[in-house]
Ligand binder design. Structure first.
Ligand code: BES
Ligand code: MN
Ligand code: ZN
Length: 495
C-alpha cells in the first residue's frame, strides 16, 4: 500500500473513494461538511434518510454524481465531542475493512484532523496508517493458491491545517515504518515450525542487514555458545535436530558511534513442545508462535532502520527448538548458565527463561542504557490479561513507568505486575543455585523473578507477551505486538 499526505480538508485530486466521518444524529464532521458543499448537499440528503447511524465503526458507501470521487464512504464516529483514541482506532479499522471489500483502487481519508479528546492529529495519522496496513496484511506463504490482491493500492490522507504538514509527514512515515515492522513480525510468527527454525530466524536477520546499511547481523553457533558457557540456553535444544542460534542485530544511528545502545532481547523458541515435560496435544500447534518475542525484535529493528533513529540499538534473539528427543534435558537435570549460576531444571517446559537468561548475561558486554526482553513466557500471563495486555515487570521503575505510559499512548497496552523480593524464595532449589520453576502460583511473576537474577548490571524491563502476541480461534494469527510499543519507546530516546 502506498500512503501519502494531501493538503486541503477535502482531497483536491480525483479519487475512487473519499472517506468521511459522521457523528451520531446525522451530524457531519467538519471535512464532511466541506465535502457536502462540493457535492451540492448530497451528504445532507443521505443522512436525512436516517440510514446513517453515526455509531462508531458503522459504514455506508454512497455514490453521488461527482467528478471528484466515484464513491464516498461514510464512517460513524460516535457522539460529537466524545471521540477518543480507542474509538478512533475502531473508526479507522472499520473504514479500511469496508474499503478492502470494495473495488476502489485508491482512496482519500479525511479523518486525520477529527477532534480527538486525548490525542493530536499526528497520533491520528500514525494510527490510521497502522490500522490500514494491519488489515491489508494477509498470510499466504504456505498456501498453494495465493490470496487475491486487494484492489486498493494507495491511500491519501488529507490535512486541512497547513501548519501541521511537517509533523503529519513524520507521523505518516512513522506509521508506515511501524506497520512494516508489525507485518514482518506477523509473517515470522505465522510461519510454521518446520519453516521458521532457529536457522531461518538467523537467515532472516542476516538478510535484513543486507537490506539496510545501518544494520549488521552476527550469528553465534552452538559451538560458539558452548565456548561462552551458555549451558542454560543450549540445554533447551539438546532434544532437537535444529541447531540453536544466538542472533545479534546491531543498529548504529547515533552520531557518536560508541553511544551506549538500547538493547532488546527476544525469546525465539521456534516450537515449544514442552520437551520431556511434554505439553498436552490440544492447541499445541500454537506453540509455533513461541518465537513471537524474537519476531517483535526483528520487526522493531526493521522499523528503527526505516526511521533512521539517531540512537544505537541492539536486538538479540535466543533461538532454539524445544523437543523431547534423544539427549533432551530431563527434569532434575542441572545446568550451568553463562553467569555461573547453576539451574535445576524441574520442568523442561519452562524453557523460555532458560534461553533468555544466557542472552541477558551476554548483553552485559554492550553496557546497555536499558534492556527490554520480550517473551511469550507464561500461560499465567494469558490467564491474567487475555489478548489485551502484555505483562510488564521491571527492576527499574522509571523504565516501567515510561513503558506503561507508551502502552497507553500507542494502544499497545502493557500493565505492571510486582517483582518484589518476597517472591524470589519460590525459586529456591536444594540442589542448584536456583530452580527454573516457582510452583503453581504467580507464574508470570516467578518467571520474571528468575530472569531478574541475570539482569543486575543494567536497567531492565520484561514484557510477557504470551497473551498479546497472537490470537486464537477463527482469527488465529500473529498480531505483531508489541512492535508499536517498542518502536515508540525507541523513538522517544536520545543517544
Ligand atoms: N511458551 C510457554 C508459555 C505459553 C503457554 C504461552 C501458553 C502462551 C500460551 C512457556 O514456555 C511455558 O510452557 N510456560 C509454562 C511454565 C511452567 C512450566 C512453569 C507455563 O506457563 O505453563
Ligand atoms: Mn514451554
Ligand atoms: Zn515456551
Amino acid at each position: 500500500m502506498k500512503y501519502s499526505l494531501q493538503s486541503g480538508s477535502i482531497p483536491s485530486k480525483a479519487t475512487d473513494c473519499i472517506v468521511a466521518g459522521v457523528w451520531t444524529k446525522g451530524k457531519l464532521t467538519a471535512p464532511a461538511v466541506a465535502l457536502d458543499a462540493m457535492l451540492e448537499g448530497e451528504l445532507t440528503r443521505i443522512v436525512a434518510t436516517g440510514d446513517v447511524s453515526g455509531k462508531v465503526g458503522d459504514t455506508l458507501f454512497c455514490h453521488p454524481k461527482s467528478d471528484l470521487c466515484k464513491r464516498v464512504l461514510l464512517v460513524g464516529c460516535g457522539d460529537e465531542g466524545t471521540l477518543d483514541a480507542r474509538n478512533y482506532r475502531k473508526v479507522a479499522g472499520a473504514a479500511i475493512k469496508a474499503l478492502l471489500k470494495a473495488t476502489a483502487k485508491d482512496a482519500a481519508f479525511t479523518l486525520a484532523e477529527l477532534p480527538l479528546k486525548d490525542r493530536d492529529a499526528a497520533w491520528a495519522v500514525t494510527q490510521l496508517v497502522q490500522a490500514c496496513d494491519s488489515n491489508v496484511y494477509q498470510y499466504d506463504h504456505t498456501k498453494s493458491k495465493k490470496k487475491h490482491a486487494h484492489h486498493l493500492k494507495s491511500i491519501a490522507v488529507s490535512s486541512a491545517v497547513d501548519a501541521n504538514r511537517k509533523a503529519l509527514g513524520e507521523a505518516l512515515k512513522a506509521g508506515e515504518s511501524i506497520a512494516k515492522g508489525v507485518s514482518a513480525a506477523k509473517e515470522l510468527g505465522n510461519l510454521p515450525g518446520n519453516v521458521c527454525t532457529p536457522t531461518y530466524l538467523a537467515d532472516t536477520a542476516v538478510k535484513l542487514a543486507g537490506h539496510y546499511k545501518s544494520l549488521s547481523t552476527k550469528v553465534l553457533t552452538e559451538k560458539q555458545m558452548e565456548k561462552l558457557g551458555m549451558g542454560s540456553l543450549l540445554s533447551v535444544s539438546h532434544g532437537s535436530k535444529e541447531e540453536a542460534k544466538l542472533i545479534v542485530i546491531e543498529y548504529k544511528g547515533a552520531s557518536k558511534a560508541d553511544s551506549k545502545p538500547y538493547v532488546l532481547v527476544g525469546k525465539g523458541v521456534t516450537f515449544d513442545t514442552g520437551g520431556i515435560s511434554l505439553k498436552p496435544g490440544l492447541g499445541m500447534d500454537e506453540m509455533k508462535f513461541d518465537m513471537c518475542g524474537a519476531a517483535s525484535v526483528i520487526g522493531t529493528m526493521t522499523a528503527v532502520a526505516e526511521l533512521g533513529l539517531p540512537i544505537n540499538v541492539i536486538g538479540v534473539i535466543a533461538a532454539a527448538e524445544n523437543m523431547p528427543g534423544n539427549g533432551a534435558t530431563k527434569p532434575g537435570d542441572i545446568v550451568t548458565s553463562m553467569s555461573g549460576l547453576t539451574i535445576e531444571i524441574l520442568n523442561t517446559d519452562a524453557e523460555g527463561r532458560l534461553v533468555l537468561c544466557d542472552a541477558l548475561t551476554y548483553v552485559e558486554r554492550f553496557k546497555p542504557k536499558t534492556v527490554i526482553d520480550i517473551a511469550t513466557l507464561t500461560g499465567a500471563a494469558v490467564a491474567t490479561f487475555a489478548d489485551q495486555t502484555s505483562a510488564l515487570l521491571s527492576t527499574h521503575q522509571p523504565l516501567a513507568d515510561e513503558l506503561l505510559e507508551i502502552g497507553q499512548h500507542t494502544l499497545d497496552f502493557a500493565w505492571q505486575l510486582p517483582l518484589w523480593e518476597e517472591y524470589q524464595s519460590l525459586l529456591d532449589s536444594n540442589f542448584a543455585d536456583i530452580a527454573n520453576i516457582g510452583g503453581p502460583k504467580a507464574g508470570t511473576i516467578t518467571a520474571a523473578c528468575f530472569l531478574s537474577r541475570f539482569t543486575k548490571k543494567y536497567h531492565w524491563a520484561h514484557l510477557d507477551i504470551a497473551g498479546t502476541a497472537w490470537l486464537s480461534g477463527a482469527q488465529k494469527g500473529a498480531t505483531g505486538r508489541p512492535v508499536p510499543l517498542l518502536v515508540e519507546y525507541l523513538r522517544r530516546q536520545k543517544a
